[in-house]
Design a protein around this ligand. Structure first.
Ligand SMILES: Nc1ncnc2c1ncn2[C@@H]1O[C@H](COP(=O)(O)OP(=O)(O)O)[C@@H](O)[C@H]1O
Ligand SMILES: [Mg+2]
Length: 347
C-alpha cells in the first residue's frame, strides 16, 4: 500500500493550489475544533484590523497544529488560509535549513520580512520541529540560533501586523517550549487520528474531491469537476449522499479504525484506480477508446466492487503500538501548553 503521509514537496509559496473561499474547508473532514479555531484565528484580525492594530502584543496569537502524520495538518492549514482568502507563505522546516546553509537565521528573518510585505497573509512553517528544536542540544549551535531568531521575530513589535503565524508538527515534544508561550505560537490545535464519524466525513469529502484524479499529487483541496465517485459531473449533496450509500462508505468508516486521513485517501485512490483499470480493459475489449468523447476524457464511475477490492488490500500505515506512542507524543493541548505566568524564563 502506498504511503501518502508526507504531502507533496511544495514550493515556498503554497497558497495558490486548491480552492479559494469558504469551499476550501469542505475538503477537510472531521477536525471540527481545529477548523473552527483556525478559522477564527485567521479571520478575526482580518475582520477587525483596527482593533488588532491597537491591541497589546500579547493579544497576538500564533497557531501550532500538531498530531500524527497523515492526519491533515498541512491540508487544514492550507484550506483554512484559502478559506480566509488571504495569501499564504509556506516554508517547510527542513527546506529552510538546507536552503540557507550557514545562514539559517538570515533565512528566518527574510521569510518574516517577506510575510510583512505580503500582509495580510499567513506565514506557515510546516514540519516545524526541524527548525525549532529545544535549545542547548545542538553542538553546532545552528538550530539554537534559528530558534532565537524565531523568538525575536515573533516578539517583534513592527512587522507582524496582518501576519498570522501558523506552524505544524508531528513532534510537539521536540519544540523549544519558549516558542509556545503566550503571544507566540500559543494556540495549540490537535489533529488526531479520526474516529468513526470523522472517518465517515473524510470519506465523503474524498468522494467529492478525489474522484477521477486517480491519486494525483494534489492535496485534495479544491473542487474538481469529476464523476468518478458520484457518477455524475455535478457533485451535488444529493449525488454525493447517493454515492456514499451505494459504495457503503459508512461500512468503510466502521472498518478502518486506526486509519489516518492519508490512509483513507490512499484507499479511495486505489478504488478510483481500480475503476480506471476496469474501464480501460472494457474499452480495449470493445476495440476502441470509449471514454474519450470529443477530447474529454471520461472518468469511470467507481463501483462497490472497486471499494471492496481496495478495502481488502488497505492497511493502516501506523501500527497500533506506534499509534499508542504517537498519542503520548501528541497529548491534549492542556498538557503541553506552558503554564500561564511563566513568561520568558529562557529568553
Ligand atoms: N481530515 C482530513 N480530511 C480529508 N482528507 C485528509 C484529512 N487528513 C488527511 N487527509 C488526506 O491525507 C493527505 C495527507 O494529509 P496531510 O495534511 O499531509 O497530513 P499531515 O500534514 O498531518 O501529515 C491530505 O492531502 C488528504 O488527502
Ligand atoms: Mg504535513
Amino acid at each position: 500500500m502506498r504511503a501518502l503521509g508526507g504531502g507533496s514537496g511544495g514550493d515556498t509559496d503554497g497558497g495558490s493550489d486548491g480552492g479559494v473561499g469558504p469551499r476550501a474547508l469542505l475538503s477537510v473532514g472531521g477536525l471540527w475544533d481545529a477548523k473552527a479555531a483556525l478559522d477564527e484565528a485567521l479571520s478575526l484580525p482580518l475582520r477587525h484590523p483596527a482593533v488588532f492594530a491597537a491591541a497589546p502584543l500579547r493579544l497576538r496569537t500564533g497557531v501550532l497544529l500538531y498530531g500524527p502524520p497523515g492526519c491533515g495538518k498541512t491540508m487544514l492549514a492550507r484550506a483554512a488560509v484559502a478559506a480566509a482568502g488571504i495569501r499564504m507563505i509556506s516554508v517547510k522546516g527542513p527546506e529552510l535549513l538546507n536552503k540557507y546553509i550557514g545562514q539559517s537565521e538570515a533565512g528566518v528573518r527574510a521569510v518574516f520580512r517577506r510575510a510583512a510585505a505580503a500582509a495580510p497573509c499567513a506565514l506557515f512553517f510546516d514540519e516545524f520541529d526541524a527548525i525549532a528544536p529545544r535549545r542547548g542540544n545542538d553542538s553546532t549551535g545552528v538550530t539554537d540560533r534559528v530558534v532565537n531568531q524565531f523568538l525575536t521575530e515573533l516578539d517583534g513589535v513592527e512587522g507582524l501586523a496582518g501576519v498570522t503565524v501558523l506552524a505544524a508538527t508531528s513532534r510537539p515534544d521536540l519544540i523549544d517550549p519558549a516558542l509556545l508561550r503566550p503571544g507566540r505560537l500559543d494556540r495549540l490545535l490537535l489533529c488526531p487520528f479520526p474516529d468513526q464519524r470523522e472517518r465517515q466525513e473524510i470519506l465523503s469529502a474524498l468522494a467529492r474531491d478525489l474522484a477521477g484524479s486517480a491519486g494525483g499529487e494534489d492535496d485534495g483541496i479544491g473542487s474538481k469537476e469529476s464523476r468518478g465517485f458520484v457518477g455524475e459531473s455535478a457533485a451535488s449533496i444529493a449525488t454525493v449522499a447517493e454515492a456514499e450509500a451505494r459504495l457503503g462508505l459508512d461500512e468503510v468508516a466502521r472498518r478502518t479504525s486506526g486509519f489516518s486521513g492519508a490512509d483513507l485517501r490512499a484507499l479511495m485512490s486505489d478504488a478510483s484506480l481500480s475503476a480506471i483499470h476496469r474501464e480501460i480493459a472494457n474499452g480495449e475489449s470493445e476495440g476502441g477508446n470509449e471514454s474519450e468523447i470529443g477530447g474529454r476524457v471520461g472518468v469511470p464511475t467507481v463501483m462497490p466492487g472497486d471499494v471492496a477490492t481496495a478495502m481488502s488490500e488497505a492497511r493502516a500505515s501506523v501500527s497500533a503500538a506506534e499509534r499508542a506512542r504517537l498519542d503520548k507524543v501528541c497529548p491534549k493541548p492542556s498538557t503541553i501548553n506552558p503554564q500561564p505566568g511563566t513568561v520568558n524564563p529562557k529568553y
